[in-house]
Design a protein around this ligand. Structure first.
Ligand SMILES: CCCCNCC(=O)NCCc1ccc(S(N)(=O)=O)cc1
Ligand SMILES: [Zn+2]
Length: 262
């Protein structure tokens, strides 16, 4: 029974609206970002990531992606700037990717998709008591999206890909301390920003999206290691490789995309 959502024929993105009607809402993500239609806004503050005291806790396979979680019990790792009203606290990051040689990003840029997209998820702990509550508020979350394209090996991504064998199956968790995601940033923090949603159920329209223009470069070999993960639990007979775990671009419905650069 396709009771839980996923990315397959029976439970994929085109069916999510049945359990999550907001899937057809007015501020859904991802979107196709068209640079020529984005407005440069000189009032946008530069993005600042204060991750130096960040505390990664674990890496896990939640049956939809691989997630690295952080201790978000205080303001030790925050993002601020852009259109954010105040600093937002880092909670986790995860990835979306395609199958070998194909695309797998969620946002696209003038119709161009990338092989993968990294999402650094932050929440407005200044205004809301818990992540779960913030995730349901229009200004509750801010996700920093970073595109991945293939080329040479990424010098730090191996810290993540070397741990993936520990979390092959849905429900597996492994210690993952001392990882600072600052090492996954491109050289430029030029960005686009727009009001959107979670790109997976519950699809709450609670995300201020910040998408970096410059992708990071990873090797096809490194991407291949993500594809050894599986959607299924260890005990399940049906094995299905974790790939194509991305939602496609959704209607803009009149939203304005702002650019931090000319
Ligand atoms: C107490 C915890 C309650 C959580 N309650 C469940 C929940 O809201 N989960 C949302 C998790 C999520 C989903 C999708 C993204 S994405 N792909 O848009 O970056 C980011 C984060
Ligand atoms: Zn995501």
């Amino acid at each position: 029974k396709g009771s839980t959502w996923g990315y397959g024929e029976e439970n994929g993105p085109s069916l999510w609206h049945k359990d999550y009607p907001v899937a057809q809402g007015s501020r859904q993500s991802p979107i196709d970002i068209v640079p020529s239609e984005a407005s440069f806004d000189p009032r946008l503050a530069p993005i600042q990531l204060s991750y130096d005291q960040c505390t990664s806790i674990n890496i896990s396979n939640n049956g939809h992606s691989v997630v690295v979680e952080f201790d978000d019990s205080d303001d030790r790792s925050v993002i601020h700037g852009g259109a954010l009203p105040n600093p937002y606290r880092l909670r986790q990051f995860h990835f979306h990717w395609g199958e070998k040689g194909c695309h797998g990003s969620e946002h696209t840029v003038a119709g161009k998709a990338f092989v993968s997209e990294l999402h650094l998820v932050h929440w407005n702990a200044e205004k809301y008591k818990t992540f779960g509550q913030a995730a349901q508020e229009p200004d509750g979350l801010s996700v920093l999206g970073i595109f991945l394209e293939t080329g040479d090996d990424h010098r730090w991504l191996h810290k993540i890909t070397d741990a993936l064998y520990m979390v092959k199956f849905k429900g597996s968790v492994s210690d993952f301390k001392g990882f600072n995601p600052k090492c996954l940033l491109p050289s430029s923090l030029h960005f686009w920003t727009y009001p959107g949603s979670l790109t997976t159920p519950p699809l709450h329209e609670s995300v201020i999206w910040i998408v970096l223009k410059e992708p990071i470069v990873v090797s096809e070999k490194q991407m291949g290691k993500f594809r050894m993960l599986v959607f299924n639990g260890e005990e399940e007979d049906l094995r299905s490789r974790m790939e194509n775990n991305f939602r496609s671009p959704q209607p803009l419905k009149g939203r304005k995309v702002l650019a931090s650069f000319k």
